[in-house]
Design a protein around this ligand. Structure first.
Ligand code: AMP
Ligand code: ZN
Length: 109
């Protein structure tokens, strides 16, 4: 499958991995939009939240726990967690990923 994040997960492409466990990897975003910008990527190829199934509930919870762990480790006072879903939202990589954005940034929702 020609998927950028599957290649990163399989170590076929280099990346700045900051965390890895049995369900996910976390990497530094190559074009950071905040002082801390990490992508938490499940090892299971799921295109987006739109393709999420009942069986993925526990996995999705696991992604949030990883985000919290990284935020604690990096001593972030506050941070944003974001999924882009579909092109219109800005999703460019069709392998679900949770953005962890920390530090001072322009993005306000
Ligand atoms: P999204 O727009 O939600 O699909 O997010 C994809 C993110 O992946 C963007 O913030 C990109 O900067 C980031 N990205 C693209 N290629 C790479 C790469 N090779 N390594 C790390 N991050 C990447
Ligand atoms: Zn993939």
């Amino acid at each position: 499958m020609d998927c950028l994040f599957c290649k990163i997960i399989n170590k076929e492409l280099p990346s700045g991995i900051v965390f890895e466990n049995s369900i996910a990897v976390a990497i530094k975003d190559i074009y950071p939009k905040a002082p801390v910008h990490i992508l938490i990527i499940p090892k299971k190829h799921i295109v987006s939240i739109n393709q999420m199934e009942e069986a993925d509930k526990e996995l999705m919870g696991g992604l949030f726990l990883i985000a919290k762990q990284i935020a604690v480790k990096k001593k972030l006072n506050g941070y944003k967690l974001l999924f882009n879903v579909g092109r219109e939202s800005g999703q460019i990589v069709d392998h679900l990923h949770l953005h962890l954005l920390g530090g001072k940034m322009d993005l306000e929702l």
